[in-house]
Structure formats: C-alpha cells, structure tokens
Design a binder for this molecule. Structure first.
Ligand code: NAD
Length: 235
C-alpha cells in the first residue's frame, strides 16, 4: 500500500471495527464512515450514508486532499433473513442500494481520487459466499447484490490497472458476530457441520485476508474474489 490514509465504510460494524483496529495498529490513519459512530479510539469518524453518491465522492476527495488516499474498503452492508417467498420489494431496494450501489459509489469515488493523485492505491470490496451459492433463508437481494459486487470488482480492477490501482473482493462465509447471530442455532450448527475446517469464520479471518490484499505482498493480485470460507466452496 502506498503512503496515505485508509477509508473504511461500515466502520461501526463488527468487521469495520476490527479492520479499523488492525489498520491503526499498522500505524495507518483510518477514516471510518458509517451511519453510526465508530467507537474505536484513534479513528477519524465520519457520518456517511453510502447510498448518497455525492457524499461518498466528497469524502474521498476530502481524505485525498488532507491525508492522501491509499486504500478504501467497502464494508458497509445489510443482511435480511427472510424466507424467499416472503421477500419484500422494499427490502430488495434497500439491500441493493447499500450493498451494491453503495459499493459502486465507493469504487468510483476512490478510483477518481486515486487517479487524480497519481500514486496508485488499493480498493477492497466485501462480497460474500452468498454471492456464489444460493441460501434459501436469506432475502434473494443479499446474494444477488454480493454476486454483483464480485462482478463490479472485475470491471474496476481493469479500469484501475491502467492507473496502478488494484481492486479485489473478499467472499467470507458466515462470520462470528452480529450478522452471524441472525442465523438460528440450527442453521449455524448445519453450517459448521458442512464446513471442512469445522467452524464459522471470525472477524480476524476476514481482516487477515483484507490486510493481505492491501499489502505489497498482493502487488500482482487484482480483480480477484478471495474466498474466506473454511473450504466450504472452492470456485
Ligand atoms: N458478518 C458476516 O458473516 C459476513 C459474511 C460475508 C460478508 N459480510 C459482509 O461484510 C460487511 C461487513 O459486515 P459486518 O459483519 O461488519 O456487519 P455489521 O452489520 O456488523 O456492520 C455493517 C455496518 O454497515 C453500516 N451501514 C449499513 N447501511 C449503511 C449505509 N447506508 N451507509 C453507511 N453505513 C451503513 C451499519 O451501520 C453497520 O455498522 C458487509 O458488507 C457484509 O455483507 C459479512
């Protein structure tokens, strides 16, 4: 990663907080952006709705001007546990707006500022195993939005490559945390039984993969969707 700050959307969430702590531990300046305050000491905290495109662009330009923008992680997201036949159109719109459009705005805004600065950069998107496999207990918009994020990642990787900007995604399976708690005990037990490594993932598992994709060790990796799923799906 080049010199400069990291922006993390969804910074108040389980993964966002863990990522914020990890980048702060690496000595990075971290700008957290969420609807809610991020409680991690040392973060530069911004109120942001990722569905508001102009606000996302304004944040990217401000961070680039003040600190330099080295990395942008699109971790804001919404999940809805809904039997498929009861899935509402309102939830469809909400999930696509945050998970897909919000990630698109983040990619576009970060890329614009990184290209303007001319120093390259790294973007990481939060996809999901749900974007690779069907799961009947979830609103269909969740998996559809995440599959689209995997695809969006490839397009921005090709565009970014011409400017030294790498764009990748991670695709975690269910992680221990509040989103994982939305699954019933039965669902969690079934997922653990079916998982080759015999457990759910942790926030640290996802943080490790994202930190790697942001690091110089991943300098030749772009357009990838890295599975973080204990071997439960091998695309
Ligand atoms: N936790 C898991 O099991 C898991 C698995 C695969 C993928 N993911 C993805 O990882 C990302 C982080 O998940 P998490 O576990 O931290 O979830 P979380 O619910 O703890 O955090 C999500 C954060 O996104 C924020 N957010 C929601 N809508 C927003 C908006 N419009 N603008 C700005 N912020 C908004 C929320 O306020 C929240 O702080 C999500 O994209 C999720 O889909 C999570």
């Amino acid at each position: 990663m080049t010199a400069g700050a990291v922006v993390i959307t969804g910074a108040a969430g389980d993964l966002g907080r863990a990522l914020t702590r990890s980048f702060l531990d690496q000595g990075r300046r971290v700008h957290g952006a969420d609807l809610k305050p991020c409680p991690v000491a040392g973060v530069i905290d911004h109120r942001l709705d990722v569905t508001e495109r102009d606000a996302v662009f304004a944040l990217a330009r401000r961070v680039a001007a003040e600190d330099g923008l080295a990395a942008w992680v699109n971790a804001a997201g919404l999940l809805a546990m809904t039997p498929v036949r009861e899935a509402s159109e309102a939830d469809w719109q909400r999930l696509l707006a945050v998970n897909l459009s919000g990630t698109w705005h983040g990619c576009a805004a970060a890329l614009e500022s990184m290209i303007a600065a001319g120093s390259g950069g790294v973007i990481v998107n939060l996809g999901s195993l749900s974007g690779q496999l069907g799961y009947p207990g979830l609103h269909p918009a969740y998996g559809a939005s995440k599959a689209a994020v995997h695809q969006l990642t490839k397009t921005y990787a090709l565009e970014g490559a011409r400017h030294g900007v790498r764009v990748n995604a991670v695709a975690p399976s269910v992680l221990e945390g509040s989103m994982g708690d939305a699954f019933s005990n039965d669902q969690r037990a079934r997922l653990i039984r079916a998982n080759p490594l015999g457990r759910l993932g942790t926030m640290e598992d996802a943080v490790g993969a994202i930190a790697f994709l942001c690091s110089p060790q991943a300098a030749y990796i772009t357009g990838a969707t890295l599975p973080v799923n204990g071997g439960s799906f091998m695309p």
